[in-house]
Design a protein around this ligand. Structure first.
Ligand SMILES: Cc1ncc(COP(=O)(O)O)c(C=O)c1O
Length: 432
């Protein structure tokens, strides 16, 4: 009897011990961070090297209001947290590393040379932010209808800014073409005056023997003749690679590969192309969609294979065409970067939806986002409606609202286009 009681006691003790061992193990698995996450945390908390090292590895956040309203996990990549304030920091670094560093090493460009770009804002700000880290100057040609904050920031960063009338890309004076020309002229001049290339970068008309054109900002660009490089964000595939090698892999890692869809608008197309191609190389079942603002022909390109907008129909083109209040997205030509995208479909987004979305996110999530990010979130909700609840959808939060105070966040400006946000919830997207 005593032996039997002892056996029961031993069995009970062993069972309790085993149970608590498994329970502890189970709980520790539940509550402790997996090893890879611990490592990641450590890496994130460590120091990074200079402003360049601070670019990328941005957080991916759950946008709570949109997730709760749709039953999907809607995640936003916080690109507005990059040091230059936008997703374009990645592109600026990649372009400079590929183009400028190569040119510096081969002697085609010397320290003090100028990087030129035709950009409505964000890429230029990012180039101006990173150029000094490579000993370069930055000259930017922008359309004169871009928000004033952008040129103010550029000038504060030390870039020179040339504002020009918006004209078609086929016009020789489109801002992109002007920027390309400046780089070529700077190079020609540098080649004609090779000795100046060896100088210390001091500006000297006598040494250069160059007299700037009347009324053109040539003095700033060409004066020290150290060569120029055209960043060319639309056609330069360094843009695509920045996202294929950076943004895409980060999204994949941050979601542990368990996402169902990615959606974003396109300007150059670099983001949507780099991310869509990377994600679909990893898993072809991930749906990649474009959201396209008014006036852009990409929706038709993706859904019907033709670059055409209804605004372009015979006799419909306005004298002073006005397409959208969003900035940095929408385009009427096919860029090299966009051509790299692998897309399953596209949504149209309206200005009203983007404006309403921006105010909704501000009120409900404390997210103060720029116009393209707001449009991306419209796309994310459209994607959730298409897929139904239970899916994980990622989009890009490109920049924040501070660069958009004079237009997108200016009620008086918006009212000129009959844009008066009034929604209480997400009824503007058909969600009660
Ligand atoms: C603020 C902002 N968001 C989004 C985009 C679009 O990104 P991408 O050029 O990669 O298509 C741009 C492009 O300039 C931009 O400036």
């Amino acid at each position: 009897m005593a032996a039997a009681r002892a056996t029961v006691a031993v069995v009970a003790t062993v069972s309790v011990a085993a149970l608590s061992y498994f329970l502890c193990d189970f709980l520790s698995q539940k509550t402790q961070l997996p090893r890879s996450t611990k490592k990641k945390k450590k890496r994130q908390l460590g120091t990074r090297s200079g402003v360049i090292g601070a670019i990328g590895n941005t957080p991916l956040i759950r946008i709570n209001s949109l997730s709760d309203a749709t039953g999907c996990e809607i995640l936003g990549k916080c690109e507005f947290l990059n040091p230059g304030g936008s997703v374009k920091d990645r592109v600026a670094v990649k372009i400079i590393e590929e183009l400028v560093v190569q040119a510096l090493e081969s002697g085609k460009l010397v320290r003090g040379g100028v990087v030129t770009e035709g950009s409505a804002g964000s890429t230029a700000i990012s180039l101006a932010t990173v150029a000094p880290a490579y000993g370069c100057k930055c000259h930017v040609v922008i359309p004169d209808d871009a928000a004033i904050e952008k040129s103010q920031i550029l000038e504060a960063l030390g870039a020179t800014v040339e504002k020009v009338r918006p004209v078609s890309i086929t016009h020789r004076d489109h801002y992109v073409n002007i920027a390309r020309r400046w780089a070529a002229e700077a190079n020609e001049l540098a080649a004609k005056h090779p000795k100046i290339n060896q100088g210390n970068g001091e500006m000297s008309e006598e040494v250069n023997g160059f007299h700037p054109d009347e009324g053109r900002p040539a003095a700033v660009i060409l004066n020290d003749c150290k060569g120029g490089l055209f960043a060319d964000q639309f056609e330069n595939l360094a843009n695509f690679r920045a996202h294929y090698e950076g943004t895409g892999p980060e999204i994949w890692e941050q979601t542990d590969g368990s996402l169902d869809a990615f959606v974003a608008a396109a300007g150059t197309g670099g983001t949507v192309a780099g991310v869509s191609r990377f994600l679909q190389d990893k898993n072809p079942n991930i749906k990649c969609y474009l959201v396209d603002p008014p006036g852009s022909s990409l929706f038709n390109k993706v859904t019907r294979g033709v670059m055409y907008t209804k605004e372009e129909a015979e006799g419909k083109r306005l004298k002073n065409p006005f397409d959208t209040v969003t900035e940095g997205i929408g385009i009427n030509r096919l860029t090299e970067n966009f051509s790299m995208a692998t897309l399953d479909g596209a949504f149209r987004g309206t200005d009203m939806e983007a404006v309403e979305m921006s105010r909704y996110l501000l009120k409900n999530d404390g997210l103060f986002l720029g116009s393209s990010s707001a449009m991306n979130c419209v796309g994310a909700v459209r994607m959730a409606q298409l897929l139904g609840p239970g899916h994980t959808i990622v989009t890009i939060l490109c920049d924040n609202g501070m660069r958009h105070l004079s237009k997108f966040y200016n009620d008086e400006y918006l009212s000129r286009f009959n844009l008066k946000p009034s929604a209480v919830g997400l009824e503007f997207l058909g969600i009660k």
